[in-house]
Design a protein around this ligand. Structure first.
Ligand code: PEP
Ligand code: MG
Length: 449
């Protein structure tokens, strides 16, 4: 109800602004250096931020895996979400330091604090310059095991950031951002151009496009969805696509046509059952056949996989692995659904526990099931770039890590230093012996000393 109240306030403000002829603050029009302090930033607000001017943002609500937080990592804008009372304690004109690494904000800092943080910022820039040397290197561990590090992108424009940061693939293209950027459903041709640009930009490296994942916190103003009590558990993602096949088929045709210009893979979001996967795949096959019959050039080598982000699917990963070419673990949702804790609610954000043995066991089940069928598993949730999680995931045998492009080089640097046999031992202890997140963290520290 609280969220809906926010929507009504938003509409009221817009109507009033039209009636009074007053321009509302528009994040896209900011043209001076600022720190934004807001109650909340929607994914579309965040997408419009220009990092040249927006030096950071703080919001009252949100969690580590809210889309505004995820996007701040891609845009490299320091951010703190879920700060509680930032809008009531910080006023216009005050100086604010945002330490996005520690998640601290300092209001009206002293000269000493300003100096200390300027030094910290310089040290971070130096560290980044060192990581940059690994840009063209392969991701190989100390004992010679190869991993693929991919980038998560939202539009073809992000491909440049991905390649600049040494991405070996795009592990997740959140295609819904194409829909959110438009004022009506994007046409087949517009989508085709966007997917083509992304695969061409990656120059033969794989691009995994996720079909539209609308719903939850991602809304389309021109596609009003029914009001729901629990939007994250509601009519969203593949559920909409299977219902609104007109939208789904248009997207699949655009993807099929773009597959001819590089290495494109497709995955479906929010698959819960074998039946859903089979239905979605059947629609894909139908559209492919129709295009081929018409003489349209389509790649014969398109992998069709699925997001693993619903616990029910994770439990029957062995069955799904028989049909899906690969899995991509969406830990942002997998954790929220496993822990029954809304990923955007700061009051329950302590339950975002990627290293909890419960979550690690689910992940192990998914990876093992895919390998038994000769398939591969990637991870595209924020956990894939988490420096405590990476050694465990390497030990569990994850094949591909996909993350905000800005986390790739530090992850490559970390993986280069580790020994996978030792990490297998670590992963076994973490999944079998540990009881709590804290125990797992201690174990990782011990193993990566
Ligand atoms: C996830 O759920 O982990 C994921 C990668 O998708 P999104 O964050 O877009 O829900
Ligand atoms: Mg998800």
């Amino acid at each position: 109800m609280q969220e809906r109240a926010g929507d009504i306030r938003d509409v009221t403000k817009r109507v009033l602004s039209h009636l009074l002829g007053v321009t509302l603050p528009n994040p896209a029009l900011i043209d001076e250096e600022v720190v934004i302090v807001a109650h909340d930033l929607t994914p579309s607000d965040t997408a419009q931020l220009d990092r040249k001017y927006v030096k950071g943002f703080i919001t009252d609500i949100g969690g580590r895996t809210s889309h505004s937080a995820i996007m701040s990592r891609t845009l490299e804008i320091p951010a703190i979400v879920g700060a509680g009372s930032a809008t009531t304690t910080i006023s216009e004109g005050q100086t604010v330091i945002i330490d996005g690494i520690e998640g601290n904000a300092l209001v009206d800092p002293s000269n000493e604090e300003l100096k200390k943080y300027a030094e910290k910022s310089d040290a971070f820039a130096k560290q980044k310059a060192e990581w940059k040397e690994l840009k063209d290197a392969k991701t190989v561990t100390a004992d010679g095991k190869n991993f693929i590090l991919g980038a998560n992108i939202g539009t073809p424009k992000d491909v440049e950031g991905a390649t600049d940061n040494g991405a070996e693939a795009v592990g997740l293209f959140r295609s819904e951002f194409l829909y959110m950027d438009a004022s009506e459903l994007p046409s087949e041709d517009d989508q085709f151009e966007a997917y083509k640009q992304a695969v061409e930009g990656m120059n033969g490296k794989q691009v995994v496009v996720r079909t539209m994942d609308i719903g939850g916190d991602k809304e389309l103003p021109y596609l009003p969805l029914p009001e729901e009590m629990n939007p994250f558990l509601g009519y969203r993602a593949i559920r909409i696509s299977l219902d609104r096949q007109d939208i789904f088929r248009t997207q699949l045709r655009a993807l099929l046509r773009a597959s001819n210009y590089g290495k494109l893979a497709i995955m479906f979001p929010m698959i819960a059952t074998v039946k859903e996967f089979k239905e979605a795949k059947a629609v894909f096959e139908e559209e492919k056949e129709k295009l081929v019959k018409k003489g349209v050039a389509v790649s014969n080598d398109i992998e069709v996989g699925m997001m693993m982000e619903i616990p029910a699917a994770a439990m029957i990963a062995d069955k799904l692995a028989q049909y899906s070419d690969f899995f991509s673990i969406g830990t942002n949702d997998l954790i929220q659904y496993s822990m029954a804790a809304d990923r955007g609610n700061e009051r329950v954000s302590y339950l975002y526990q990627p290293y909890n043995p419960s979550i690690l066991r689910l992940i192990k089940n998914i990876i093992d099931a895919s390998h038994k069928e000769g398939k591969w598993t990637g991870m595209c949730g924020e956990m894939a770039g988490d420096q405590i999680a990476v050694p465990i995931l390497a030990g569990l045998g994850l094949d591909e890590f996909s993350m905000s492009a800005t986390s790739i080089l530090k992850t490559r640097s970390l993986l280069k230093k580790i020994d996978t046999t030792k990490m297998q031992e670590l992963a076994k202890k973490a999944t079998d012996d540990c009881e709590t997140t804290e125990e797992v963290v201690e174990l990782v520290k011990e193993y990566t000393k």
